[in-house]
Every structure is written in structure tokens, then in C-alpha cells.
Design a protein around this ligand. Structure first.
Ligand SMILES: [Zn+2]
Length: 246
């Protein structure tokens, strides 16, 4: 860590204070389960002090990063200078539940560096047990104040689900597990006017925001205590803009 970072870190409240504010015992339980002693971790300052944000400030930072990306004025990220701090830990300011689609790339879309975003990706951007557990780790252990469920236009997973349900066909391999996860959103909007793929994509984001908000005991408690916001957005393929929808 450079001397400037060391000075900035020393001006911040100790990690133990933040954890006390976080205030739910489950965090300690998760920490112990993951083999990390709370005391050792709490003694360390956050690797990226600029990532210690309120949920609203984190959302604003995502918005500004996306604006730079849309306008083609992304920052130059000097990864060399942040490696040392990140070797000792991480404190991402946002968790992203994104589709696996190669065109999305959350770190680019929000003009972020390493250690900024805790990204879980699966085709169809739905929350399963593993992604909920991953985001619980981000919130309870890393102090992440914001989760964004990020859907996108022309999602192949949602489109495949629509076609599978419409045709009554069973997709090969493990693909039916994606269909099962996305099916509720497709069925919920099947009688609505407009484009079914767009409507189902939107509903899938809304449903998974609700699922994460109510995921007991860790995420739901953090939301209740206003330490965490869970929001949803749609990535527009043509211009890269993320429209927040919930
Ligand atoms: Zn997709």
C-alpha cells in the first residue's frame, strides 16, 4: 500500500465499527464457516476506501460509471497500482447478478476496476442457491451495500424458455434447469400486451430482485436494516445504457 492510501485508510472508521453497524450475527457465523476469524479481518482497513459507500451512493456510482461507458469516456484503469491493496482483501461496492451473455460484461458496463464489483453470472440472471450464497458472502463479509440484478435485451436464455414452453419441447442437456428457473416470469406475463421476450426479461429481473430481498436470513436482514439495497436493471445492447426498472 502506498503512503497516500495508508493515510486515507487511517482516516476511516475501523472495519470493526462498520461491522457493528451492520449488526447481524449471521455475518460472524458466515465468517467462521468460511474459515476467517472476524477479529483478524476487522483489524484491517478496507483495501479500497473509496468503495465504502451507502447503498444510494453505490447506486449513483454505478449510474455514473454506466454513463461514462455509454458516452465512450471510460476511465483509464491502472491495474498495476491497485494490485497490492487487493492482494490483502476486497470490499466491492456492488454485487451484480448478471446474465452470462458475452455482450454484457458488467465491469465494462459500469466502468469499474478490480475489487469494485462482485459479479455472479448465469444465463438468465436468476438467483439460485449458489448465487444467493455468493451474494450473502459479499454482503455479510465484504460489506457490499448494493446488489443489482442485470437483465438485458435479446436474452437467449429467456427466449429459449419462451420457445420451449410454447412448443412443449424439452431442451437437451442441462438446459431444462434454465427453463425451470425462468418459466415463472414467462408465464406471469404471457397474456400481457407487447413483446413477450421484453416483458418476460423485465419480469425475470423484477422476480429475482424480490427473491434476493426476501432471502433469509442474511440478505433480508440487511435490507430491513437499510444496509443493503437490491435493484434491477436492463442493459440495452445498442447503446450500452442500463435502465433501472426496480
Ligand atoms: Zn441473457
Amino acid at each position: 500500500m502506498c503512503e497516500k492510501c495508508r493515510l486515507e485508510n487511517s482516516a476511516l472508521p475501523p472495519r470493526s465499527t462498520r461491522r457493528a453497524v451492520l449488526g447481524f450475527a449471521a455475518a460472524s457465523a458466515v465468517g467462521l464457516a468460511l474459515g476467517r476469524t472476524a477479529g483478524a479481518k476487522d483489524a484491517k482497513p478496507p483495501p479500497k476506501p473509496q468503495n465504502v459507500l451507502s447503498p444510494d451512493a453505490a447506486l449513483e456510482r454505478l449510474r455514473q460509471g454506466n454513463q461514462r461507458y455509454v458516452e465512450g469516456v471510460s476511465k483509464r484503469h491502472d491495474f498495476r497500482h491497485e494490485r497490492e491493496a487487493l492482494a490483502g482483501g476486497q470490499n466491492p461496492y456492488a454485487g451484480i447478478l448478471s446474465c452470462a451473455d458475452s455482450r454484457i460484461a458488467p465491469e465494462y458496463a459500469f466502468d469499474s476496476g478490480r475489487g469494485d464489483l462482485f459479479v455472479c453470472r448465469v444465463a438468465g440472471n436468476f438467483a439460485n442457491a449458489e448465487s444467493v450464497a455468493s451474494l450473502e458472502y459479499a454482503v455479510a463479509i465484504l460489506g457490499t451495500p448494493l446488489i443489482l440484478v442485470l437483465g438485458h435485451e435479446s436474452c437467449g436464455a429467456v427466449d429459449a424458455t419462451i420457445k420451449s414452453l410454447k412448443d412443449g419441447t424439452t431442451l437437451p442437456g442441462h438446459l431444462p434447469s434454465l427453463v425451470a428457473a425462468i418459466e415463472p416470469a414467462v408465464k406471469a406475463v404471457s397474456r400481457e400486451p407487447g413483446n413477450l421476450l421484453d416483458n418476460a426479461t423485465r419480469q425475470n429481473v423484477i422476480d429475482n430482485v424480490a427473491k434476493l430481498k426476501s432471502a433469509t436470513p442474511i440478505l433480508s436482514a440487511a435490507v430491513e436494516q437499510r444496509k443493503l439495497k437490491v435493484v434491477g436493471g436492463i442493459y440495452r445492447l445498442r447503446d450500452g445504457r442500463v435502465d433501472m426498472i426496480v
